[in-house]
Design a protein. Sequence first.
Lengths: 329, 135
Amino acid sequence: MAELNSEIGGFTPYTLRGYTITEPLKADNGGFSRWGSCIKDGRRFFIKQFINPVYPTADAGLSEDTIMRKKKRCAEWFSGRTAVYKKIIESQTGNLVTPVLFFRERSHYYLITDYVESSELTLRQIASCSIAQKLVMLKVLGLCFSKLAENGLVHADVKLDNLIVKKTTNDRLTVKVIDFDASYLESAVPERGEIQGDPVYYAPETFLAMIGEPAKLTPKVDVFALGIVFHQLLCGRLPELGSDDSYVYEAVLNGNTPELCERIPTALRELISKMLEKDPDRRISVNEVFEELKKMNGLPEMPPDDSADEPEFPEEETDSWYAAEDFDV
Amino acid sequence: MSEQQDQWRCSQCETYNSGSDRYCIICGGERPTVPVIQQPVMPEKVFQQPKNHFGSRAAGSDSSLFENSYPSYDDDGTSGESYSPVSGSEARSAVSEKTKTADGLSAGRIAVRIMLAAANIVLLIFNIKNLIEVM
């Protein structure tokens, strides 16, 4: 670790493996990590410092056995993450934010990824785009996740927070998939206590696995979450649930059908219904989702939202999704 | 390599498309008219060999990761394990550097030129010999 001489606002920039960090890494909205941006050869990157695991250094005052145990855990974790990162790179479609460098420096592990500039559009603004533009975003996601599934990778934390909507040429929009911290290989499903995610987007089998019920975790977990994300991107809100259910997975497990927005074109509404199927074996695969999306052309524009004046979410919640400082890669 | 170079990236949705596609498979955006080789391509599956005990084992079988004793770990912690995929452009430049000389010609092209030069010299000697005989 090399410290640079010039101090910026009480913070001394430093360099790790050639990447210069010019501001303190932040922990807000970062889960088990701190993150920020860094620069190498004039190019900007995201950098993430993992808070866990911590590699035991010689001066940590630990017993020999503890040091060995911690080192073993770190090596297993590093090996597992490396396997996941390799699969992400193999799955690259152009819209997966892929790792550039993964390393340890002293007691912490770091991940460098490409930097993505957000459009900073709100969910409501996205939902008011043309159906053609929204269909492009759904197809981008369909392709990304079908490639991940093809390589046996489960993202396991698909949600709006982990998507970046980016403005491209001619004011077109595309979507970038970020944050693979919860991801796992289909062949190496995490233990019950290690499953991560957001309950808003849990698949029914994810919840069952978390409570110790028999459940098979596959890329179909992402299909369920994508169904919820598709609904949000199309109409700006979550599917409607009955008063007894707090989450979509809960409604599905209770045998209740989440109510999908009627403004969504029928073909897309039917597709989302198939994605929210309770039984993962009967649920549509993400490859089939992508194939169905490719066939959808000339969909009718969605009628305007009559409730557009009433915010569906607290303002800070909707805004935070797209705010640049909330990226978690 | 040629498969990688044939890819092109859509400027509208930033999806990688294969060289045979004239329009983007996602948004229908048209393939740029600039030479395909200059377009960004998908990162190649080339991985930098890990630098130390951790990384090299990580790239292989998990089961053998800890069969040996631990002293080979870095205890000073200043230079830990790392993993880095090499980007497509870096990989391409690394490959091309191996086959290029200072004037930018490939080894194959140089060999052809040497052979042509040799043939010209033989032809010249033959012609001089004929000229002397005629004289």
